[in-house]
Ligand binder design. Structure first.
Ligand code: PLP
Length: 392
């Protein structure tokens, strides 16, 4: 059975050219970048070149790029690293309610360690209101962490204006750009950020490798202690093939960004239109225009998102849901909850995230299959549809 993969926000396949770039560093060029001999120097050169490519893509200085094991580590290093480095200046951190767990749980950890955290609300589109940010700032605030684009609904925040506000007040600003890098323009100068985390596997690179941009002069406490790697900010022998792969993937995405984004947005819009036309009682989540090109989050009334995802999986369609099944109770997504979507509707959420290789035929296939799957599930559901067509 063919697979129609519509879960690119979860992860992406490694691009063939990325794999090709990585392979030599598993075989002939397997040196440790700290070794003095030729193999070591070649590995060092590969890392240096990768650092330059990543810096170029983000409009950063190569010395300000630190390779990590992925987005989660980047967010941890940015947030804990700043909190511990600036503890003598203040103890207050501001973030939003719709962040990824890599940010939320890091902040919760810091709360247990004596820090105070403000979790900003969002509007119905998932946008952080700028006045709420301004009002939350106190003279104890040392860090603001607001994600660039949301992994579930795709909403893109006005980071540049929030970054400017933080800079005006002398507060460090971090953005989790794991979902935006490679898909839309990300420029650390335009965005006015001090820290920015990215992850290779979200843009056709390998899993387990990422990078954190740290603006020169910003204090960061390392979390992993050991050798001198990554300028003493992140110890551990470098993942040379992974770093090479991340840089190669970013280079490909940057060079094809406009074309890919246009194609993904057209297909996404066709999928959205088709769903709205063919299925009653659906709600589209996220910002109508300030949204990642391939992101489509939909709530289907009167069904469970998990059942829908499993039903689609049986037909060869890979999508995901915002809900997490934890300890036997189905908790609706914290993102949809923060956007004030009623719990019973949030339960029926599904996320379709398109990528560079999706085709119109695949979207047509989904639109052929999805209405039947929804109808079957609704016919078994004890919950009826609400009055009105529910389309928003
Ligand atoms: N931040 C966001 C917004 C994400 O979507 C993800 C991955 O799902 C992460 C952080 C974590 O990245 P990684 O999987 O590289 O640890």
């Amino acid at each position: 059975m063919r697979t129609v993969y519509l879960d690119h926000s979860a992860t992406t396949p490694v691009h063939p050219r990325v794999l090709e770039a990585m392979l030599p560093y598993y075989q002939g060029e397997y040196g440790n970048a700290s070794s003095l001999h030729r193999l070591g120097r070649n590995a060092r050169l590969a890392i240096d070149q990768a650092r330059e490519k990543v810096a170029g893509a983000l409009n950063a200085r190569p010395d300000d790029i630190y390779f990590t094991s992925g987005g989660t580590e980047g967010d941890n290093l940015a947030i804990k690293g700043t909190a511990y480095a600036l503890r003598d200046r203040g103890d207050h951190i501001i973030t939003s309610r719709i962040e990824h767990e890599a940010v939320l749980n890091t902040c919760r950890y810091l709360e247990k360690d004596g820090f105070k955290v403000s979790y900003l609300p969002v509007d119905r589109y998932g946008m952080v209101p700028e006045d709420a940010l301004e009002q939350a700032i106190t003279d104890r605030t040392i860090l603001i962490s607001i994600m660039h684009a949301n992994n579930e609904v795709g909403t893109i925040q006005s980071i540049a204006r929030m970054g400017a506000l933080a800079r005006e007040r002398g507060i460090a600003f971090h953005t989790d750009a794991v979902q935006s890098v490679g898909k839309i323009a990300v420029d650390v100068e335009d965005l006015q950020v001090d820290l920015l985390a990215i992850s290779g596997h979200k843009f056709y690179g390998p899993k387990g490798v990422g990078a954190l941009y740290i603006r020169r002069g910003k204090k960061i406490h390392p979390l992993v202690h050991g050798g001198h790697h990554e300028n003493w900010k992140r110890a551990g022998t470098e993942n040379v093939p992974g770093i090479v792969g991340l840089a190669a993937a970013l280079e490909i995405c940057m060079s094809e960004m406009e074309e890919t984004a246009g194609r993904e947005a057209r297909l996404r819009d066709a999928l959205q239109r088709g769903i709205q036309e063919k299925i009653e009682a659906v709600r589209i989540n996220g910002h109508p225009t300030q949204r990642l090109p391939g992101s489509l989050s939909v709530c289907f009334e009167a069904l469970e998102g998990e059942a829908l995802i499993l039903g689609l999986d049986l037909k060869g369609i890979a999508a995901s849901t915002g809900s997490a099944c934890s300890s036997g109770s189905l908790e609706p997504s914290h993102v949809l909850k923060a956007m004030d979507i009623p719990v019973e509707i949030a339960h029926g959420s599904a996320r379709f995230t398109l990528g560079r290789d999706n085709t119109q035929q695949e979207i047509d296939f989904v639109l052929e299959v999805l209405p039947d799957v929804v109808e079957r599930l609704r016919s078994m559901s004890p919950v009826g549809l609400s009055k009105g067509d529910g389309k928003t």
